[in-house]
Design a protein around this ligand. Structure first.
Ligand SMILES: Cc1cc2nc3c(=O)[nH]c(=O)nc-3n(C[C@H](O)[C@H](O)[C@H](O)COP(=O)(O)OP(=O)(O)OC[C@H]3O[C@@H](n4cnc5c(N)ncnc54)[C@H](O)[C@@H]3O)c2cc1C
Length: 229
């Protein structure tokens, strides 16, 4: 899995703090910009504690995501407040084969791993066979597996990112999207610590909402995300 921050709002913390300050201040825009970093951080803490989260929408982040499966991308695009562009299986053909993801549970078992690789090869072979019979890529792709790799560009604002982390950094989330969410969190914390220092699974900010389905390890999870570097 490769995740790259392609672009983000310049001075995301400053922009969010300015938007928050504007709501409560008689100052004009130019004067609202001149605040100390510590003041900005304090203000952000305060408005987030109040649930005044719309100010976070002024900071956006775009990511390049590669080496992930279609299993992951299918879950990812359920996040409706994000924007996505995904490599097409209609316009891009896979006549020379495709790369794919192997779940750790299968990777650990040598003989299952070999069977898995054979299934992928069969799928690639049948795809080629269909293409040799002039079947268009948009139809041949029906035999490509969920494991097939894809790549996307995704843009989310900071509010949606925090929501995404809450759901997808949780141990109840599927392992691949959890790995992606955790990596994105690691990267955005470096860019805008004040916006994301407390972001992560729901149990970071209160009791686990998963009830009987809880992993029961909130303490460990809190440590894990507290120390994320
Ligand atoms: C552990 C886990 C298991 C899951 N299992 C399944 C499953 O079995 N089957 C399945 O289909 N999905 C499943 N999902 C996907 C889940 O139902 C959501 O579609 C996905 O997590 C996106 O979340 P969201 O809708 O909150 O986020 P977003 O689409 O990113 O939206 C963010 C927030 O905006 C608001 N919002 C967005 N659109 C609307 C709208 N139209 N109306 C009102 N408010 C809106 C909501 O407050 C929402 O929480 C699962 C997700 C997780 C984390």
């Amino acid at each position: 899995m490769q995740v790259t921050v392609l672009a983000h709002t310049a001075e995301p913390v400053k922009v969010v703090a300015m938007a928050a300050r504007l709501c409560y201040s008689p100052l004009d825009i130019e004067n609202l910009r001149c605040s100390a970093i510590a003041e900005d951080q304090q203000l952000i803490e305060k408005v987030l504690a109040l649930g005044h989260e719309s100010v976070l929408e002024h900071a956006s982040f775009s990511f390049g995501i590669e080496g992930v499966s279609r299993v992951l991308s299918h879950q990812l695009v359920r996040h409706r407040l994000a924007s996505f562009s995904q490599q097409s299986q209609r316009y891009v053909s896979f006549d020379k084969g495709f790369s794919y993801q192997v779940p750790p549970s299968i990777r650990e078992d040598e003989s299952l791993r070999q069977e898995y690789d054979r299934m992928m090869e069969q799928s690639a072979k049948f795809y080629r066979h269909l293409r040799e019979h002039k079947i268009p890529a948009e139809d041949a792709r029906f035999v490509l597996p969920n494991a097939a790799d894809t790549r996307l560009v995704m843009t989310m604002n900071a509010r949606e990112l925090r929501h995404f982390f809450r759901l997808r950094c949780c141990r109840r989330a599927q392992w691949e999207i959890r790995a992606l969410a955790t990596e994105i969190l690691r990267q955005v914390r470096k860019i805008a610590f004040s916006l994301f220092h407390d972001a992560g699974p729901a149990c970071l900010s209160g009791p686990c909402p998963e009830g009987p389905m809880s992993c029961g390890e909130a303490k460990t999870v809190r440590l894990e995300f507290g120390e994320l570097e």
